[in-house]
Design a protein. Sequence first.
Length: 331
Amino acid sequence: MRTYNWAILGLGNIARKFAQDLALVPQARLHAVASRSQAKAQAFAADFAVPHAVGSYEELLAVPGVDVVYIATPHSEHYAHTLLCLRAGLPVLCEKAFALNASQAQEMLRVARERGVFLMEAFWTRFFPAIIQTLALVQAGAIGEVKHLVADFGFSSDYQPQGRLFNPALAGGSLLDVGVYPLFISKLLLGTPTTIGAAATFAPTGVDANCALALAYASGATATLFSTIGATTENRCVLYGTKGQLTLLGRFHAATGVQVQLADEAEPQGFSFPKEGIGYHYEAAHVQACLAQGLTESPLLPLAFSLELMQLLDAIRQQIGLRYPGEAEAS
């Protein structure tokens, strides 16, 4: 098996976590890092023994031997940085939210397909063993027909108007940062909703501090989802079915297990998946498996799924009246 040389574009907190977990992936090597600051790139490279460190994103394209790029810049930059790499023929794993809006995502897909270059959204949750187990249980009818899903993701953050979470120019707010997780799990398990109801409250900068969603599906199921950057929530996901309920154990976006409680049984059935690392290694290993097969997109997280997720985010933002700088309107 060949070794894959990874590069990281954007060296914030999530990049550091990804680099840490990449060490757990067989045949993976962190080969290059890129920042807007040469000093920051060199410091990061020193921490992880990375042979190449460059002080601009454009310089990364000239580094020899890069096999795949992990893009870890703010949401507002994903579009430009993904296109930069794709047009250079470099496969891309791009952090979520995939783009600002569906129009940008559509162009990212078009360029990837036109160039025949691999592209995947870095929705690490999809590749956790507990999530794979949950999807299999739901599809097998383990709790009967799903009637309702509830999920939340929130944390308390200090108000910093120019910080990533509150700055509209960086596509701040709870929805694109953490609200995308409840929306993702509901789409993965229930499909695309036929009805969307959204309400939000806003930070002084105009981004959503809280966002609450009520969704309905053609199957007859419903979902209630919530995100906030103003309070710590349980980060819980529960599905209620005609035969019982299923609970993702731990913080659902990085679940460590699954519990199924059937209505006619006294004891629940549990599935445990001991945690290794933080959890970013699952998606990295999957990308390498796709590249080894010559695939240009993931069969587990296809580009159509990411585009549809962005379309849902656009519809929600349109309802709550949230636009980012440079957008005429939410696409």
